[in-house]
Design a binder for this molecule. Structure first.
Ligand SMILES: NC(=O)C1=CN([C@@H]2O[C@H](COP(=O)(O)OP(=O)(O)OC[C@H]3O[C@@H](n4cnc5c(N)ncnc54)[C@H](O)[C@@H]3O)[C@@H](O)[C@H]2O)C=CC1
Ligand SMILES: O=C(O)C(=O)COP(=O)(O)O
Length: 387
């Protein structure tokens, strides 16, 4: 029996896919699996029993990946599962910034008791007028699951789209509209575009990516949109730019007190993935990944270990080993099973950075004492057995 713990509410449609071998626990200490959305896990003690964390969403900056890797905990996310939800909010953000729709709605609210509101509206509306997004230049930084959907939707809305992503995957490139102007110089986006939207993960290398230098290149009429993570945009620089009208507007899904107090910031309370469809998609995918990992040892969409899939074990027993990516590990494992007189029927070994993962299907069952011998090999971080 496996136990799972939810650090955030996870859509029921996903949880109900856990088969009869799973029970929900309120105690993280008892959990084999943790499901999480945006709860910050950096200061949490990760129990020894914990094998897997499923992030029902894309961003994993709330999870201590280094600590997880060292403890032999596989971390999964759900690539693309909430991308459409975010894309739709980004399009809404473009439209909210192009005219003063929010100001107009506030005005109607402030006049809601006024019997003359109909007439008054026709007089007042000019203060909320704006432009159209058709024909304007949109720069997209990061062409992954979300960036691509935003790019293609913006093309369909008649925008001139510039895309920048030095690490774009081949699969992603195939999905991108041919009308997107591909740039290898992010400064071209800063200089040329009327709207700039960022869709990259928050990492040490991307933190503060849009800072004072980038802002200095932008047009004063520019609108910057950030639905990825607050710290990707240097807070001091953007607040200063908004206060001095150095840029026109900032639309973000990540509130701070400073931003919430600025008239030219449109601030949303992290609603990008808060749609029924996105929540359901993420939960279903996360549960599927967790089950396949716990029951079969297969790894799909891990952010800290390599992908590996040997399907369902048809031999006597499956052993999976997370180990350091150092010389001689595989030789030690095969020698150890040989010494124990246990035949290896199938074996896959894959590595990613500092870590390696081995899946071994055995011809006969190894007992706990024999498995302990594998655990004792230096460089081994976690050994699990399953049928
Ligand atoms: N507001 C919300 O509710 C949501 C926010 N997000 C945020 O959006 C981010 C992106 O999500 P997805 O598109 O699903 O992820 P993804 O992994 O599919 O795409 C990220 C893209 O950024 C690119 N990239 C990485 N470093 C870059 C750099 N220095 N310059 C340009 N491109 C770079 C990668 O090559 C990749 O193509 C997530 O990491 C998360 O932080 C994601 C989902 C919901
Ligand atoms: O998937 C992501 O990266 C998100 O930002 C969505 O976060 P949430 O699951 O809505 O807390």
């Amino acid at each position: 029996m496996y136990q799972y713990h939810c650090l955030n509410p996870i859509a029921e449609v996903g949880l109900k896919n856990f088969n009869g071998n799973y029970a929900k626990t309120d105690k993280i200490e008892d959990a084999d699996a943790v499901l999480v959305r945006s709860a910050v896990m950096h200061d949490m003690d990760l129990p020894e029993k914990l094998c897997v964390i499923g992030r029902a969403g894309a961003g994993v900056n709330n999870i201590p990946l280094g600590k997880c890797s060292e403890q032999g905990i596989a971390v999964f996310n759900t690539p693309g599962a909430n991308a459409n939800g975010v894309k739709e909010l980004v399009i809404a953000g473009l439209l909210l910034a192009s005219r003063d729709i929010v100001g107009g709605i506030h005005w109607v609210q402030s006049e809601r008791q006024n019997e003359e509101i109909e007439k008054l509206a026709e007089k007042q509306k000019k203060q909320f007028a704006g432009g159209e997004i058709k024909g304007k230049k949109l720069g997209i930084i990061g062409l992954g699951a979300i960036g691509i959907l935003v790019a293609n939707a913006a093309v369909a809305l008649g925008m001139e789209v510039y895309g920048y992503d030095p690490f774009i995957s081949v699969e992603a490139a195939w999905k991108l509209s041919r009308d997107v102007h591909h740039t290898t110089d992010v400064n071209e986006i800063y200089r040329e575009c009327d709207y700039i939207t960022i869709h990259v993960p928050l990492m040490d290398s991307t933190k503060g990516m849009i800072g004072a230098d980038a802002i200095a290149l932008m047009k004063p009429s520019v609108v910057v949109l950030n639905f990825a993570r607050g710290p990707l945009v240097d807070q001091k620089a953007i607040v200063e730019a908004l206060k001095t009208n150095r840029i026109h507007k900032y639309v973000t899904d990540f509130p701070t007190t400073d931003l919430a107090n600025l008239k030219n910031a449109i601030v949303i309370p992290h609603l990008g993935a808060s749609t029924k469809e996105s929540e359901d998609n993420c939960a279903v995918m996360a549960v599927k990944e967790i089950q396949d990992y716990l029951e079969n040892g297969n790894i799909h969409n891990s952010v800290n270990y390599p992908n590996c899939d040997m399907g369902v074990c048809k031999d006597a027993m499956r052993v999976t080993i997370i180990h350091r990516n150092i010389p001689n590990m595989l030789t030690k494992f095969t020698a150890a099973f040989g010494d124990l007189g246990i035949n290896i029927e199938k074996l896959t070994n894959v590595t990613r950075g500092e870590y390696g993962y081995v899946m071994i299907d055995l011809g006969n069952v190894a007992d706990e004492e024999e498995i302990e011998k594998i655990r004792a090999i230096e460089g081994v971080l976690r050994v699990r057995t399953m049928k």
